[in-house]
Design a protein around this ligand. Sequence first.
Ligand SMILES: NC(=O)c1ccc[n+]([C@@H]2O[C@H](COP(=O)([O-])OP(=O)(O)OC[C@H]3O[C@@H](n4cnc5c(N)ncnc54)[C@H](O)[C@@H]3O)[C@@H](O)[C@H]2O)c1
Ligand SMILES: [Fe+2]
Length: 385
Amino acid sequence: MNHFEFQTVPHIISQTGAANHVGQTIALHYPAARHVLLVTDAGFLKTGLMQAAIDNIRAQQIEVSVFSDVVADPPEAVVLAAASQAHILGIDLVVGFGGGSSMDVAKLIAILTGNEQELSSMYGIGNIKGQRLPLIQIPTTAGTGSEATPIAIVTTGETSKMGVVAPQLYADIAILDAQLTLGLPVAVSAATGIDAMVHAIEAFTTKHKKNPMSDMLAKQALQLLWNNIRTVCREPQNLAARQAMLLGAFLAGQSFANAPCAAVHALAYPIGGIFHVPHGLSNSLVLPAVLRFNASAAHPHYAELAAIIAPHEQGSSEAKSSALINALEQLTGELGIATRLQQVGIKESDLDKITTDAMLQTRLLGNNPREVTWQQARAIYAEVL
Ligand SMILES: NC(=O)c1ccc[n+]([C@@H]2O[C@H](COP(=O)([O-])OP(=O)(O)OC[C@H]3O[C@@H](n4cnc5c(N)ncnc54)[C@H](O)[C@@H]3O)[C@@H](O)[C@H]2O)c1
Ligand SMILES: [Fe+2]
């Protein structure tokens, strides 16, 4: 067996309603905390779902401020404004409360506050020097798994994104509370759920860092996500299915944090960056075509995952792998989300540009089970145009 390392969040609370008690959790584990910053976006703030948490923190005699200027695919300017606000307020604990965008910004606020290092020197892997403020993450989408990863993605230019990846970005506590996800629109539940499934699949087939811990988590994640994604779309108020999706997304996050994602994410990036398509949907659009491309190299691994998603197929490894890909393709159709690039405004004449952009994602492409050339990436996009 290859040597491996595995890191994760040390403290997980998976309990419906747990976010309402976050003040008690803070008081218990961080008795010195005096001023907490909740980081979210305006859309989630408007749901009112954060109020019980705010009241509970105040009830512990801890001051609360809210930063709600996060936007999807957060630009660098938002991160810097948030960190400067946190510094001025004298924040001593940060809570990310939202989807991947809010949690990513929360990570960077926690590291930038009271730290001399510039954000611009943190991009890449392992470039953070200092320590961060205590950090609690509370996801409100069951998708990115950001509450379990040491990654923060920032939009740096007009259309380009960069990642900060460093062990300091693992949260101290992750709270999984399905009550927060009850109001998610169906299209968001579907796309973010598929994002989480992609994390599990890409972790299980990653080229260099595949390891037994990530494999175990990826399989458990895929089982939970596959078994519940239709239910949360059909019955948005089903709390048990919502909690299962949150746990599935978290386990997938733990998995890919240690066995990184690959070509599905690489090809999804320019779709999100240039055309502002939500992260989960961008992944979903290219998923079946990338898996079909990878199958010649990855079919033994896909066949193992087919036992979860397409157990009826009992043929060869290739047949099981095809059954997995077909089942995933059928799922995206059933969930009613876009399945063709043209549905999100991408034209044939855009393909060269997005292909060139995708090829820049060398951090991700290097993990793919099969090498991808520019021509092959373009052919994948053309297949789903
Ligand atoms: N850090 C990581 O490991 C990691 C991994 C993958 C993606 N990402 C990043 O995460 C971001 C995408 O995150 P996301 O898909 O969770 O979406 P998001 O955080 O951008 O939120 C999407 C929308 O959903 C709304 N929303 C969130 N929770 C809601 C709720 N409970 N009820 C109603 N509306 C709600 C938000 O207001 C927002 O409008 C991207 O920036 C992506 O690059 C990070
Ligand atoms: Fe993702």
